[in-house]
Design a protein. Structure first.
Length: 127
Protein backbone atom coordinates (compact mmCIF):
# COMPACT_ATOMS: atom_id res chain seq x y z
CA UNK A 1 0.00 0.00 0.00
CA UNK A 2 1.30 3.46 -0.90
CA UNK A 3 0.03 5.09 2.32
CA UNK A 4 -0.35 4.48 6.02
CA UNK A 5 -3.65 5.75 7.43
CA UNK A 6 -4.53 5.98 11.12
CA UNK A 7 -7.91 6.89 12.57
CA UNK A 8 -8.95 8.67 15.76
CA UNK A 9 -12.05 10.19 17.30
CA UNK A 10 -10.06 13.29 18.30
CA UNK A 11 -10.79 16.61 16.56
CA UNK A 12 -8.69 17.37 13.49
CA UNK A 13 -7.30 20.59 15.01
CA UNK A 14 -6.06 18.75 18.11
CA UNK A 15 -4.43 16.04 16.01
CA UNK A 16 -2.78 18.65 13.77
CA UNK A 17 -1.28 20.43 16.79
CA UNK A 18 0.01 17.15 18.23
CA UNK A 19 1.46 16.19 14.85
CA UNK A 20 3.41 19.44 14.62
CA UNK A 21 4.82 18.85 18.11
CA UNK A 22 5.82 15.28 17.23
CA UNK A 23 7.44 16.45 13.98
CA UNK A 24 9.53 18.99 15.89
CA UNK A 25 10.77 16.31 18.26
CA UNK A 26 11.88 14.22 15.25
CA UNK A 27 13.62 17.24 13.64
CA UNK A 28 10.97 17.74 10.95
CA UNK A 29 9.27 21.02 10.20
CA UNK A 30 5.98 21.79 8.51
CA UNK A 31 6.95 23.88 5.50
CA UNK A 32 3.45 24.53 4.27
CA UNK A 33 -0.17 23.71 4.96
CA UNK A 34 -3.12 23.67 2.61
CA UNK A 35 -6.64 23.66 4.02
CA UNK A 36 -8.45 22.14 1.03
CA UNK A 37 -11.85 22.57 2.70
CA UNK A 38 -11.38 26.33 3.08
CA UNK A 39 -9.81 26.73 -0.36
CA UNK A 40 -12.70 24.95 -2.11
CA UNK A 41 -15.27 26.96 -0.17
CA UNK A 42 -13.39 30.14 -1.08
CA UNK A 43 -13.86 29.13 -4.73
CA UNK A 44 -17.58 28.56 -4.22
CA UNK A 45 -17.36 24.77 -4.00
CA UNK A 46 -18.65 23.69 -0.58
CA UNK A 47 -17.52 20.37 0.89
CA UNK A 48 -18.78 18.65 4.02
CA UNK A 49 -15.56 17.14 5.36
CA UNK A 50 -12.26 18.72 6.43
CA UNK A 51 -9.07 18.12 4.41
CA UNK A 52 -5.61 19.44 5.28
CA UNK A 53 -2.27 18.77 3.62
CA UNK A 54 0.99 19.19 5.56
CA UNK A 55 4.26 19.28 3.69
CA UNK A 56 6.95 18.08 6.08
CA UNK A 57 10.72 18.26 5.75
CA UNK A 58 13.95 17.60 7.57
CA UNK A 59 16.51 19.82 5.78
CA UNK A 60 19.48 17.51 6.34
CA UNK A 61 17.55 14.49 5.07
CA UNK A 62 16.35 16.45 2.03
CA UNK A 63 19.90 17.57 1.21
CA UNK A 64 21.20 14.02 1.48
CA UNK A 65 18.48 12.68 -0.81
CA UNK A 66 19.03 15.43 -3.37
CA UNK A 67 22.78 14.80 -3.39
CA UNK A 68 22.19 11.10 -4.05
CA UNK A 69 19.80 11.78 -6.93
CA UNK A 70 18.40 15.16 -8.01
CA UNK A 71 15.20 13.41 -9.14
CA UNK A 72 14.26 12.94 -5.48
CA UNK A 73 12.95 16.51 -5.68
CA UNK A 74 9.92 14.97 -7.40
CA UNK A 75 8.92 13.40 -4.07
CA UNK A 76 9.91 16.14 -1.63
CA UNK A 77 8.76 17.33 0.79
CA UNK A 78 7.04 14.44 2.53
CA UNK A 79 3.27 14.67 2.63
CA UNK A 80 1.04 14.01 5.62
CA UNK A 81 -2.69 14.62 5.31
CA UNK A 82 -5.49 14.99 7.80
CA UNK A 83 -9.12 14.56 6.87
CA UNK A 84 -12.45 13.84 8.46
CA UNK A 85 -14.75 11.05 7.41
CA UNK A 86 -18.01 10.06 9.08
CA UNK A 87 -17.15 11.84 12.32
CA UNK A 88 -13.60 10.57 12.73
CA UNK A 89 -10.25 12.13 11.93
CA UNK A 90 -7.83 10.27 9.72
CA UNK A 91 -4.12 10.91 9.29
CA UNK A 92 -2.47 9.63 6.14
CA UNK A 93 1.22 9.38 5.34
CA UNK A 94 2.36 8.93 1.76
CA UNK A 95 5.06 6.29 2.35
CA UNK A 96 8.55 7.47 1.36
CA UNK A 97 9.56 3.86 0.64
CA UNK A 98 6.85 3.65 -1.99
CA UNK A 99 7.51 7.10 -3.46
CA UNK A 100 11.28 6.68 -3.80
CA UNK A 101 11.19 3.04 -4.99
CA UNK A 102 11.17 3.87 -8.74
CA UNK A 103 14.61 5.48 -8.40
CA UNK A 104 16.08 2.01 -7.74
CA UNK A 105 18.80 3.31 -5.43
CA UNK A 106 19.64 1.26 -2.34
CA UNK A 107 21.00 4.23 -0.37
CA UNK A 108 17.89 6.29 -1.05
CA UNK A 109 15.65 3.36 -0.19
CA UNK A 110 17.41 2.83 3.15
CA UNK A 111 17.05 6.50 3.95
CA UNK A 112 13.38 6.36 2.91
CA UNK A 113 12.83 3.45 5.32
CA UNK A 114 14.28 5.50 8.18
CA UNK A 115 12.22 8.57 7.25
CA UNK A 116 9.07 6.49 7.00
CA UNK A 117 9.55 4.92 10.43
CA UNK A 118 10.15 8.31 12.02
CA UNK A 119 7.12 9.86 10.32
CA UNK A 120 4.95 6.88 11.30
CA UNK A 121 6.10 7.37 14.89
CA UNK A 122 4.96 11.00 14.71
CA UNK A 123 1.56 10.01 13.34
CA UNK A 124 1.14 7.34 16.02
CA UNK A 125 1.95 9.85 18.76
CA UNK A 126 -0.65 12.30 17.41
CA UNK A 127 -3.56 9.90 17.07
Amino acid sequence: MFAEIKETDRPLEDVAADLEHAFTEEKFGVLWQLDIHDKLEEKGVPVDEEYRVLEVCNPQEAKSLLEQDPKTVLFLPCKVVLYTENGSTKVGLAKPTHLFAPLDNEGIQQQAEDLEERLKKCVQQAV
